[in-house]
Write a protein that binds this ligand. Structure first.
Ligand SMILES: NC(=O)c1ccc[n+]([C@@H]2O[C@H](COP(=O)([O-])OP(=O)(O)OC[C@H]3O[C@@H](n4cnc5c(N)ncnc54)[C@H](OP(=O)(O)O)[C@@H]3O)[C@@H](O)[C@H]2O)c1
Length: 355
């Protein structure tokens, strides 16, 4: 079977690098174009990047890919590919993604189009029904392609678990996070960068611009409903507060989550509900168990090695009181949190005949 030709637009940043490396081993998708800014254009990928593969727990791509010539975004023709993965800086994504979507499906990690009309924030297995927005989006904007976004990386473990406990009735949720440097892009990972040095010096930096707000609004959107007949979406009905912190760690996010239910619950029963897969389909990029229990010592740095880049690992799960569940959750920020989450969404769209 011939592989589908993919472009990685924003291929030189951390999220793009991990995505390019991942697609090398993919059975039916292949990287046909690597695209970045005009300052990277014309260079071999290997020469355009500061390689972060080790810091991202990622393979190094083959010589074939490292020798690919980076195309400048201005000259990139979206019609040359069947799928576009966008790991662009958000301001740049705002300028280009809608144009790319005129012809080609775009799966984006950037926040620029996350809140745009009829663009799903698709977290695979969590809100697959939101993919129905794609048809309405194509009709509304007269696009041959479409845009599908994914949630902010920090939102992903929250909604994965909340989805599984929603039937108990969620009253409110409190989240505090320790987020890895990869989430800050190049400035987080490049040795000697002022931002990285500052985080190293203070250990924990209790501010990530816009992050608390993104987590709060996206959690409710992802778990909300979509009425395909009236093309209306509605946020989920619970309260959420989030305090996000950057820490000196390369790639794995670690979150403390408290969920207050409307009623009392049995811990064993709720844990069983969280750990039991209910989506009923398989995708190449999706592990069988999307949420796994981390028994023993929780060491976020070992997440990818122990659980892989697409699993949410939970630990220290207990009842804080009769109605309150508390636990920790870790995820690979550049895996499910960024490009690999996009690949899973694309595989889902292919399975549904949208591509
Ligand atoms: N890092 C993560 O783990 C993560 C997680 C979730 C979501 N995201 C989102 O994913 C996106 C990428 O993240 P990142 O960390 O890889 O970001 P990054 O380090 O800022 O890299 C962004 C990419 O955008 C390109 N770019 C910047 N300015 C451009 C321009 N004027 N024209 C064309 N291309 C331009 C860069 O190319 P040059 O190298 O040529 O400048 C690079 O390839 C962001 O929107 C981020 O919010 C990231």
């Amino acid at each position: 079977m011939e592989k589908l030709k993919c472009a990685v637009v924003g291929a030189t940043g951390p999220a793009g690098q991990k995505l390019v490396a991942y697609l090398e081993r993919h059975p039916f998708l292949e990287v046909a174009r690597v695209v970045a800014s005009e300052s990277s254009a014309g260079k071999r990928l290997a020469d355009a990047i500061t390689p972060f593969f080790q810091k991202l727990d990622s393979n190094v791509p083959s010589t074939r890919v490292m020798d690919m010539v980076v195309q400048g975004i201005k000259n990139f023709d979206p019609k040359e590919c069947e799928i576009i993965f966008s790991t662009l800086d958000s301001d740049v994504a705002a300028k280009y993604e809608a144009r790319f979507a005129e012809d080609t499906p775009v799966f984006t990690a950037a926040s620029a189009n996350r809140y745009a009309s009829l663009v799903p924030i698709h977290n695979v297995t969590v809100n697959d029904e939101h993919m129905e927005m794609v048809g309405a989006q194509k009709a509304k904007f007269g696009r041959r392609g479409f845009i599908v976004s994914k949630s902010n990386c920090t939102t992903s473990p929250i909604v994965s678990v909340l989805k599984k406990v929603a039937h108990y009735g969620i009253r409110n949720v409190s989240v505090s996070t320790e987020q890895a440097l990869s989430g800050a892009g190049k400035k987080g990972l490049e040795e000697g960068n002022a931002y990285r040095s500052m985080v190293r010096k203070v250990g924990k930096y209790p501010y990530i611009e816009g992050e608390n707000e993104k987590v709060m609004s996206e959690s409710k959107q992802v778990l909300g409903s979509f009425d395909a007949i009236n093309t209306m979406r509605k946020d989920a009905d619970f309260e959420i507060s989030a305090f996000c912190t950057r820490v000196y760690r390369e790639n794995v996010h670690d979150e403390r989550i408290l969920v207050r239910m409307k009623n009392s619950f049995d811990l064993g029963e709720i844990l069983n509900a969280i750990l039991t897969p209910t989506h009923g389909y398989s995708l190449y990029t999706l592990p069988t168990n999307t949420i796994v229990l981390w028994n023993g010592k929780v060491v976020p740095e070992l997440h990818t090695k122990n659980f892989g880049p697409m699993a949410t690992a939970i630990g220290e799960i207990k009842k804080a009181d009769e109605n309150t569940l508390m636990f920790r959750a870790t995820t690979d920020n550049t895996g499910i949190g960024a490009g690999l989450g996009l690949v899973a969404s694309a595989e889902y769209a292919i399975a549904k005949g949208l591509i």
